[in-house]
Design a protein around this ligand. Structure first.
Ligand code: SF4
Ligand code: SF4
Length: 95
């Protein structure tokens, strides 16, 4: 089945209040608490995701966004911890 997500980012642009980064080791390792569902998880960022994650300037216009969201290609957005994202994000379908 085709992925119905067009990566508009709307579901992540107001998640900052729920995504607490409790401890980070540099830019690459993050111990997180997703407050909405009380899920604690670990996220590692590497490769292209790390390049994107470090380029945080363009997210200043989205102060309420999840701290792991970054602009992708064109008008899309990109989750820099996609394979580590919490269950809530894995189960969310809007389309
Ligand atoms: S799940 Fe929906 S709201 Fe979230 S990025 Fe994809 S299309 Fe946009
Ligand atoms: S972890 Fe990824 S999918 Fe979940 S809110 Fe943050 S950017 Fe969006």
């Amino acid at each position: 089945m085709a992925d119905p997500c067009n990566r508009c980012g709307k579901c992540c642009l107001h998640m900052r209040r729920y995504m607490l980064v409790e401890r980070s080791i540099g830019d690459t390792q993050h111990f997180c608490h997703f407050i909405l569902t009380k899920e604690r998880f670990f996220a590692r960022i590497g490769g292209e995701d790390l390049v994107r994650f470090r380029d945080s300037d363009r997210m200043k216009q989205y102060p309420d966004s999840c701290p792991f969201l970054r602009p992708g290609e064109d008008e899309s957005f990109h989750c820099t911890i996609y394979s580590f994202r919490p269950d809530h994000c894995r189960r969310f379908f809007c389309a």
